[in-house]
Design a protein around this ligand. Structure first.
Ligand SMILES: [Zn+2]
Length: 395
């Protein structure tokens, strides 16, 4: 039966390519990025699932077409009510500098086994893979072991308020459901992301006394800021120095980054210095403790105050969790490769699921061209990932 399912997906190769091409043409930009949302694309996707039940959960947003940010959900009942979900997003990012593109970003080009266009990899490839996975199972009238849910959501690129966060409030996902988010991956499809470092963005304001540089009276805010930041940098690395081999690099990172402009001229001592630090902390540490520690160091430096701009963390998904085991087995069944698990320093929308208590795996087979000019999806990857998704609820 599995062989039959895989063969059926192979036979749809051309249809799969054409569908991705159509999807690229429907520019689904969020209002923040100057677009009118995902409604047209959602309607197109719904049309491809004609004859099957598709529920739409609208988040209301006056700025979008018809005031709607659509989220689509379709589900096949399996032997068990526990559901394996594939969650992809309908929105795309703008083209960026159009002069860097070899062809118009929203006109698909099919060449050398690839489909080029904005949103082809992120997240069009996985929209299409998951769509053909669920549709093929439906067409064959198969009943999988697990129930199989596919969700197409809005607003992933700009915060997920109208997308995943909206669906989580609607209680679509049940306790113990398994979540796969194919929105990042590796070229061989052999890496499953199960954890993210916590993010802490710190802002430091250092006050001093502005004066003529030839007569340095009082505190030079720039010098005090440098002293403080070096001390903090050193202290953070020392205090939070553990390694976690899931990640590369395997340690927490604490990087002084932005520094706001101060005085205009060389001969004035600045009375104010504002600077920032990007901290990515392995899940072995509580991000609150890191922030508290930074404040303690600041208290020892006169005139220094610390606040945070971002403080986000999500619990890692256990390596031996059901979703990781099932997904690994599906990849092995279809591809004959044993994937490994790893963590990343960035932030994906999987964090929303993990924070809500769902075990979530991020996986797909991609070259990593998302958000770049000349973004593309490899056709073999679209088809092979569709097979992995289709097999998943049967294992
Ligand atoms: Zn994405």
């Amino acid at each position: 039966m599995i062989q039959n399912l895989l063969k059926k997906i192979d036979s749809k190769r051309d249809e799969i390519v054409n569908t991705l091409a159509d999807i690229i043409r429907i520019k689904a930009l969020s209002p923040e990025n100057g677009g009118d949302g995902e409604l047209d694309k959602a309607e197109y996707v719904t049309g491809l699932l004609k004859g099957f039940e598709v529920k739409r959960f609208d988040a209301l947003d006056k700025r979008a077409k018809d005031g709607i940010r659509p989220n689509l959900v379709t589900r096949i009942k399996g032997n068990r009510s526990k559901t394996v979900w594939i969650v992809t997003h309908l929105d795309v990012v703008p083209e960026g500098d159009v002069s860097l593109w070899k062809s118009p970003p929203f006109e698909p080009v099919i060449k050398d086994g690839k489909v080029y266009g904005r949103g082809s990899e992120d997240n069009g490839q996985s929209v299409v893979s998951s769509l053909f996975a669920v549709r093929t199972i439906m067409e064959l009238g198969l009943e999988p072991e697990y129930s199989f849910g596919v969700a197409f959501v809005a607003d992933e690129e700009v915060g997920s308020k109208y997308g995943i966060q909206h669906l989580l409030k609607e209680n679509i996902f049940k306790k113990d459901d398994l979540i796969v988010v194919p929105d990042a991956g590796s070229p061989e499809g052999n890496e499953i992301e199960i954890a993210e470092k916590s993010i802490l963005w710190l802002k430091f304001v250092v006050e001093g006394n502005q004066a003529h540089a030839s007569k340095p009276v009082g505190r030079n805010a720039s010098r005090e800021a440098m002293k403080f930041i070096l001390k903090l940098d050193e202290s953070l690395h020392k205090k939070f120095g553990k390694k976690n081999s899931l990640f590369s690099p395997p340690v927490s990172t604490f990087e002084p980054t932005k520094r706001e402009k101060n005085v205009d001229n060389v001969n004035t001592i600045p009375g104010l210095d504002v600077s920032y630090m990007d901290c990515r902390v392995i899940p072995d540490y509580d991000i609150e403790k890191v922030f508290e520690f930074a404040k303690e160091i600041a208290e020892k430096h006169a005139g220094v105050s610390v606040e945070y701009l971002q403080k986000e963390s999500s619990p890692p998904t256990p390596e031996d969790s059901e979703v990781v085991r099932k997904l690994s087995k599906a990849i092995e069944t279809v591809r004959g490769i044993k994937p490994t698990v790893h963590g990343i320093g960035g932030n994906t929308c999987a964090a929303f699921f993990r924070k809500a208590g769902f075990h979530t795996a991020v996986w797909s087979t991609v070259d990593g061209t998302a958000h770049q000019p000349n973004e593309y999806a490899v056709i073999d990857n679209i088809v092979e990932d569709a097979k992995v998704f289709a097999v998943l609820p049967f294992l």
